[in-house]
Design a protein around this ligand. Sequence first.
Ligand SMILES: [Fe+2]
Length: 348
Amino acid sequence: MKQLIVTETIPVAPSTPRRFKAEKAPIRGFAFRLRTFPNREKILIGLCALLWMLLPGGVFSPAAAQEKAYYGVALLGDPHLPGKNLPAKEAVIRTIDGWPDIDRVVVLGDICKETGTPGEYAAAKAFFGLLRKPARFIAGNHDYIYADEKDALGKKVKAFPDARRAKLKRFAETFGLSGVYGSEMLGGYLMIYLSPDDLDSAYLTQLSDGQLAWLQKRLAENKTVPTLIFFHAPLAGTLHQYNEQANTPSFIAQPTGRLRDLILENPQIFLWVSGHMHVPATSESFSAPVNLYKGRVMNIHNPDMERKTIWTNVLRLYPEKVVVRTWNHAKGAWIDGLERTIRPPTHP
Ligand SMILES: [Fe+2]
């Protein structure tokens, strides 16, 4: 089984404070004063406990309070590296690194600008070398499906299976992965990371039979765990028909029939997180009733990073809900009116 490293953060349980013998304390003045109180041992224990709570990592430190409240996941759609306006993209990384409540950054594919050449992957590796947060990477069509060289007219051409396989290997090696898909637990949620990896498909974003079999097994093993799926392309019909590509076969997750059946058989799936369509936060499709697939799975669409204004969606994974907010990097502010709350199926 190809699986990413599981790095769920588990707060360390406190050890039982030792009972102090104040009479043997090396700091005479402190020991002397304590002798004047009949319950000095209890007082010392209380002071030690208070110190433990206030120290970094203690239960009352800001980091621990955030860990206990929710897990933060920042979503990067379609970086297309190195591409246009690299300094603005690097500024996004610095901003996310400055957010103390982010536990994961998920990069939603189309990491490479055009065709996934060695040069583009080298640029991507250097770019994400700036990021200090734990990251998860999934592939997009630009990362694997095109031949390195364009045709005589300068158009991208789909690669033969061997070349696609080699680019998927390049993707995995670039980010130190054992495979192009995997899963982990985070904050009580199952996070499933999928990549388009079909070697023959005419569509841009199709899962291979092998990956579908793995997905089916992983879901069957976790029927009661609320599940989020991250994939480059959105689910069918989760956008308004706002351009010629929306909801068409190469711009939705494939194969549509098998994915529909898997989703219907697994009601624990309640969020699908995608890029691919470069949906800006200003679009009427960005946050709309049409995003709900089969009345149950909310598709969170994410913009690309090649815009004058870059937006970043952030998920907050609380035990009973997921809150989605959108940050406007140009303004340095959260967008009013775009906050969404999605309840997992175990907490209707
Ligand atoms: Fe893209």
